[in-house]
Design a protein around this ligand. Structure first.
Ligand code: HEC
Length: 512
């Protein structure tokens, strides 16, 4: 298949919404100035200008197409090798590779103008009118359902055209095929309604005891099983003290508006519950065609690195079990003493999306990196995805991700699985779906990938373990929490915005 556009996700439009420097302001509150700008000022601004505008000695790096490629990887290569004949020294001898990567992230972030992303979070939703044109299909965006809770997480299509919906702090609802939001289902796992009623833990992040993904069993029409992943919460129940939580997978059925027949399929002892917000939990669920269920569990340990490289801990893993929770005998670490037996892959940071591709039989995930380094990963059993030993992003304070030293872990980079798609600048990638359906035939087998911070929807085509093409389908919509395909073959997006949530759907434009 021919390699088409493989540039970075660089939304170039947006006149009205651009509020320069707002993101940097937020950043500056924490760090005074962008820590990534320091090396630039020291080594590069003399030729490329203080604001990347160019000087007599060097070309502009902003506001123009780059001659040698504008993905973070290509920019890093330009910096490392230089163009000595043209007056640009190579830096690979002078600066370590991590420093060069940092410069590339700095330039790519500025080029994408990511500072404007943070202005959208609190805006009300404005659905674009008219046709949205894209490479393979033109479409309209239609309102489907809406509500007032801000914290939503997941939708799951139902055979009758409706959806199950999770609100992180309220529970499960059904949205009818006509878009009517029905009352909450009674009896689903208890979710947190008030993080810290007594103000006992002022320095702790909020978000313990959230409801996350809802998914229906592949055979749902026959067996009625609905799966939920949530942060199970308790207070003063372990040595950590205070409110703590940890991911748990249950299944149950809905009968007459009530949650019944609940069974716990995956969970850990309370000694492993932590104060780490469920925001980091991943929290996704997916099924393959052989009766297995997979869940993503992010950095829920006591630090952003705790236990993620430790096979004996549940954090930072994709877990695999039979659909009734039994541990499959062919899991990669079942015979390793002390290893968490449900572990399928490890080294994950915040795996916000998890999907099985029924055509290829491959399991895929999306994962949020730190600054830069969002990833789309092909998940191969037993493999290490690198966090927190290495990342294509850098920590927010500008230091490279290399906690191996601190953790006393040595590793060979060749043993770390690299992302199929490196999303730098990092759009805060969220959930995705492999499109199959009749409404958009040319999108079949492509990933439709949501993002939170960038508020864009991407189309990503892969071939085996290779990126073929990436396109931004929608720019500047709202934080996209979940992407699903309805039984009607339309694409449904679960959005969160300044005044609540919406489900919108993509409908083919007439003649599109
Ligand atoms: C002595 C002047 C000079 C310095 C110092 C310098 N550059 Fe350059 N740079 C240039 C020139 C001139 C070009 C254009 C080369 C060409 O077009 O072939 C260039 C090209 C580039 C390009 C490729 C632009 C494109 O269109 O693809 C990048 C990226 C870049 N520089 C980044 C940097 C960074 C980062 C630093 C600091 C580490 C740096 N440069 C330091 C002069 C300089």
């Amino acid at each position: 298949m021919p390699l088409r556009v493989t540039g970075p996700i660089t939304p170039l439009l947006i006149g009205g919404l651009a509020v320069a420097g707002v993101g940097l302001q937020a950043h500056a509150q924490r760090y005074e100035i962008d820590p990534l700008s320091l090396a630039y000022s020291e080594h590069c601004s003399v030729c490329h200008g203080d604001h990347l505008e160019g000087t007599a000695l060097g070309t502009p790096l902003q506001g123009v197409a780059l001659r040698y490629g504008d993905s973070a990887g290509e920019i890093a290569a330009s910096i490392a090798n230089g163009f000595p004949g043209q007056g640009m020294p190579g830096w690979s001898e002078v600066l370590p590779a991590a420093e060069i990567r940092k410069l590339a992230i700095y330039i790519a972030d500025l080029r994408a103008d990511i500072s404007r992303w943070d202005t959208r979070r609190d805006m009300p939703l404005a659905i674009p009118e008219g046709t949205v044109a894209s490479e393979l299909h033109d479409f309209r965006i239609e309102a489907f359902a809406s509500g007032s809770a801000w914290k939503i997480y997941s939708i799951a299509p139902l055979p009758d055209g409706g959806f199950l919906l999770t609100e992180k702090r309220r529970g499960v609802r059904i949205v009818s095929a006509g878009g009517v939001v029905l009352p909450a289902i009674e009896g689903t796992p208890k979710v947190d309604v008030n993080d810290d009623p007594d103000g006992r833990w002022p320095n702790r992040p909020h978000g313990l005891g959230w409801l996350m993904e809802v998914a229906t069993h592949p055979d749902y029409e026959r067996n009625g099983w609905i799966y939920l992943q949530y942060g199970d919460r308790c207070i003063d129940c372990n040595a950590v003290g205070g409110a703590v939580s940890m991911s748990r997978l249950v299944r149950g059925r809905i009968e007459d508006g009530r949650w019944v027949d609940e069974e716990t399929l995956w969970g850990v002892g309370v000694e492993r519950y932590t104060w780490r917000t469920d925001m980091a939990a991943g929290g996704r669920i997916c099924f393959d065609d052989d009766g297995h269920v997979f869940i993503s569990v992010g950095f829920k340990g006591l630090s952003t690195s705790h236990g993620i490289q430790d096979l004996g801990e549940p954090y930072g893993k994709i877990h695999r079990m039979h659909d009734d929770g039994r541990v499959p005998a062919d899991n990669p670490f079942v015979d390793v003493p002390g290893a968490w037996p449900t572990t399928w892959t490890y080294g994950h940071r915040a795996p916000e999306g998890l999907e099985f591709n029924r055509r290829t039989g491959q399991l895929w995930s999306t994962e949020m990196g730190p600054r830069g380094g969002d990833e789309i990963n092909l998940l191969l059993p037993g493999r290490n995805y690198g966090w927190p030993l290495t990342s294509k992003g850098v920590d927010y304070d500008g230091t490279p991700v290399e906690y191996g030293k601190e953790l006393g872990i040595t590793f060979d980079l060749a043993d770390i699985e690299q992302p199929v798609v490196d999303l730098t600048p990092a759009p805060a990638v969220s959930s995705f779906v492999f499109y199959e359906g009749d409404a958009f035939p040319s999108w079949r087998n492509h990933m439709l990938v949501g993002s939170l911070r960038a508020t864009d929807l991407f189309r990503v085509e892969v071939d085996g373990d290779r990126l073929v093409e990436r396109e931004t389908l929608i720019e500047d919509l709202a934080r996209i929490r979940d992407v699903e395909v309805g039984v009607d073959g339309l694409v449904y997006l679960l959005l969160e915005h300044g005044t609540g949530w919406d489900i919108v759907r993509l409908v083919p434009a007439a003649g599109g």
